[in-house]
Design a protein around this ligand. Structure first.
Ligand code: ASP
Ligand code: MG
Length: 415
């Protein structure tokens, strides 16, 4: 018998009416002969509301207690969904993370799943029940409740699918798949029927919000067949049609005929740029600048160092926008005097735009086509970084939409 994992996001669980629709959809799959495990998120807005309550008391709340609070949103969801299933005659049983248990490390608010015990779940499935497991949470070795970071239910679902060796993990969400770019920016954006795992990983890390990046890493590690599809369709739509809808994440390259060279354009407004100007160009300087930044636990993304003039150079890098002030503090207090930099400045009015495609491996000229397109629009490139399957540029924030539209067109993603 085929075992399938369904994941429903906050919007899909957003009201009692929607939860009833989710139950009808699950009932359809079960009737068709599938064993079904469901991993829902909290009702939309609920996690924010819960964390907001804590923030009203303190903005430096103990992360252990934040997890204690935030995890309850999913507990409500699984109970409601189990009741909705039972109400239409489907045997169902709900579990929180600690009941399964889903074991994680102790990194509160960003814990990692270490193992999932499948015994209880398998027993219920064998008895014909639909098993509903909370997303987003687990328990550490000392019996503390943990959460996996915002958007973590995706990771829970993929991890459950991996642990149970499910045939497929269906991520039901409020969009009907993965698009060539955000349709709110480019109305001509197209849904991809398939995307390779590596492209999906790049897109998730470059700012596409469809899947939590860790869930994609997990899917890749365990080769979980994962599909992103809409939960807003008619729950009674024919199962075969539903099963083939959305976007499938694949693990083989060029299995199909001709693949587009570029699969998508991603963008991200979450970064800020720091420039350390007038630093001596000698060995050890990059380390002297970035060492203290790393020690402060600040993630660095793109880095460039310019050609030097008269023994001096400028060094720029990007960090998450929320960490700009912290990074500037570190640089001004620990770095500037030490390396005698002329100036340290931060800029938030930037964005990162990337083209992603596995086809880059076998095609030349993608970078020049990208730069030509931006040049034609008069957009100045501030930084560039590449990997085997993506090229990213940092540009002025105000040109973001223009750049995304122009690139989407230039790479023929509309047709
Ligand atoms: N409820 C959690 C959040 O809002 C987890 C999730 O929805 O995936 O981040
Ligand atoms: Mg989500």
């Amino acid at each position: 018998m085929s075992l399938i994992v369904h994941k429903y996001g906050g919007t899909s669980m957003g009201s009692i009416e929607r939860i009833k629709n989710v139950a009808r959809r699950i009932a359809k799959w079960q009737k068709a002969g599938y064993q079904v495990v469901v991993v829902p998120s909290a009702m939309s807005g609920e996690t924010n509301r819960l964390l907001g309550l804590a923030r009203e008391i303190s903005d430096r709340a103990d992360p252990r207690e934040l997890d204690q609070i935030a995890s309850t949103g999913e507990q409500v969801s699984v109970g409601l969904l189990a009741i909705a299933l039972q109400a239409i005659g489907v045997k169902a049983k709900s579990y929180t993370g600690w009941q399964v248990p889903v074991t994680t490390n102790s990194a509160y608010t960003k814990a990692r799943i270490e193992s999932i015990d499948d015994a209880r779940v398998r027993r219920d499935l064998a008895e014909g029940a639909v098993v509903v497991i909370t997303g987003f949470q687990g328990i550490d070795a000392h019996q503390n409740i943990t959460t996996l970071g915002r958007g973590g239910s995706d990771t829970s679902a993929v991890a459950v699918a991996a642990a149970l060796k499910a045939d497929e993990c269906l991520i039901y969400t409020d969009v009907d798949g993965v698009y060539t770019t955000d349709p709110r920016i480019v109305p001509e954006a197209k849904r991809l029927e398939k995307v390779t795992f590596e492209e999906m990983l790049e897109m998730a890390s470059l700012g596409s919000k469809v899947l939590q990046i860790r869930s994609v890493e997990f899917a890749g590690k365990y080769k979980v067949k994962t599909r992103v599809l809409s939960s807003l369709t008619d729950p009674e739509m024919p199962l075969a049609e539903e099963a083939a809808s959305g976007t499938l994440i694949t693990y083989e390259e060029d299995e199909t005929m001709e693949q587009a060279v570029i699969s998508g354009i991603a963008f991200n407004r979450d970064e800020a740029k720091i420039t350390v100007a007038g630093v001596p160009d000698r060995p050890g300087i990059a380390y002297k600048i970035l060492g203290p930044v790393a020690e402060a636990n600040i993630d660095v993304d793109m880095i460039i160092q310019n050609v030097s003039h008269d023994g001096q150079t400028d060094f720029s890098f990007t960090v998450h926008r929320n960490e700009l002030d912290k990074a500037l503090d570190v640089l001004k207090s620990k770095v500037q005097g030490e390396i005698q930099a002329k100036a340290i400045t931060g800029a938030k009015d930037i964005c990162k735009v990337s083209v992603v495609g596995i086809g880059m491996r076998s095609h030349v000229g993608i970078a020049s086509q990208m730069f030509e397109t931006l040049a034609k629009e008069g957009i100045n490139i501030q930084m560039i970084s590449t990997s085997e399957i993506k090229i990213s540029v940092v540009i002025d924030d105000k040109y973001m939409e223009l750049a995304v539209r122009a690139l989407h067109k230039a790479f023929g993603l509309e047709s």
